[in-house]
Design a protein around this ligand. Structure first.
Ligand SMILES: [Fe+2]
Length: 352
């Protein structure tokens, strides 16, 4: 018997599902009535059933998982003398367990890893190892939300790394502040800029308002509760600096601060320049004598105007003490760049 893994969608004739399920940080396995060994939920895709529906059905029937977020991870094939069969591996984050329904399983149990006494020892270890690598490619316990986010981040100022820096800042602030709901905060950080592209395409779109609605729709469609999706939407809709809609919940204030840290210091300068290059803005404007303006009274968009209008002023606009302290550490790097830019460009014109 030879088990091989394949990219998601690479195999056409998917007949089986295998679902690795996590509940409260541990792996959930089931035991068949006629076996002593442990196995994942999974089974045959029935006639007229989609692969995803089969995975949902098997997960409930064989573990009692009643609330979960299910993500397809990768395909696999098993070659035997009798031929090749193809399957799809899923990762499930189980939120609620109900009593085990009547099925061929008689018991469920939580393990830290793959059980030693397992059914299908020639298949499950191969899939488990691949799943670990698949999960390592994601950086949180919300892989489906990460994949959704990754599919929507395109410009350099608001790329995937911006999202992870915001998340790391937010988790650090949350540790210092205490009392924040980590899951709401993680989802809000991951999804806060998913409508950036729409704002680029149409400046009439407010990416915070639109992103909040998109996140709400995606979360409820993915099995999260209405209350959770609403809390995330509220955080996202109040994270914008240029807005008269201030954050209210602790999670919203933390997201606001974490995102503002990304406009501070050297990273803030770099991201501002990325954004302005994308929208075709110059470094500075000139006065009527050809002198380089410092941005304070400029009519036209430029880097110097953005620095004077926003970057210089945001350091006392933080809601949390930890956010303000981190911002203070980054202030001189931004100020130094702005001063050097003005000095160099003004000297250049004097030399000519
Ligand atoms: Fe952001």
């Amino acid at each position: 018997m030879l088990t091989a893994v394949h990219s998601l969608g690479e195999l056409e004739n998917i007949e089986f599902t295998v679902i690795f399920a996590q509940y409260q940080g541990q792996w959930l396995y089931a035991r068949h009535k006629e076996r002593r060994t442990w196995e994942t939920a999974g089974g045959h895709v029935e006639d007229g059933e989609t692969v995803l529906c089969a995975a949902k059905r098997e997960l409930y029937e064989e573990t009692g998982a009643a609330g979960f977020v299910l993500s397809p991870a990768f395909d696999y094939s098993v070659r035997k003398d009798s031929g090749v069969s193809c399957g799809r591996t899923f990762f499930a984050r189980v939120e609620r367990l109900a009593p085990l329904p009547e099925s061929e399983m008689c018991e469920v149990k939580l393990f830290d890893a793959l059980p030693e006494e397992m059914t299908y020892p020639q298949i499950l270890p191969v899939l488990y190892d691949k799943l670990q690598a698949w999960l390592a490619g994601m950086r949180t316990a919300m892989p489906a939300a990460e994949r959704f986010m990754r599919s929507r981040m395109t410009d350099s100022a608001h790329d995937v790394e911006h999202i992870y820096r915001v998340l790391n800042y937010a988790l650090d602030i949350a540790r210092h502040e205490g009392g924040a709901d980590r899951e709401t905060l993680t989802a809000a950080c991951l999804l806060h800029d998913i409508a950036r592209d729409e704002q680029f395409a149409d400046s009439g779109v407010d990416h915070a308002m639109r992103g909040g609605d998109l996140a709400y729709d995606w979360l409820t469609a993915s099995g999260y509760t209405d209350a959770f999706a609403n809390a995330v939407r509220s955080c996202i809709q109040t994270h914008r600096y240029r807005s008269d809609n201030p954050p209210r919940s602790l999670e919203a204030k933390i997201l606001f601060d974490a995102d503002k840290l990304e406009v501070c210091g050297a990273v803030g300068i770099a991201r501002t320049l990325f954004y302005q290059a994308h929208t075709g803005q110059p470094l500075y404007s000139l006065d009527e004598h050809g002198g380089v303006l410092d941005g304070s009274g400029d009519l036209h968009h430029s880097f110097c105007k953005e620095y004077k209008f926003k970057l210089e002023k945001l350091y006392d606009k933080f809601y949390t003490e930890r956010g303000a302290a981190l911002a203070k550490k980054r202030r001189q790097a931004a100020r130094g760049f702005y001063d050097a830019l003005l000095e160099e460009t003004r000297e250049c014109f004097r030399l000519g």
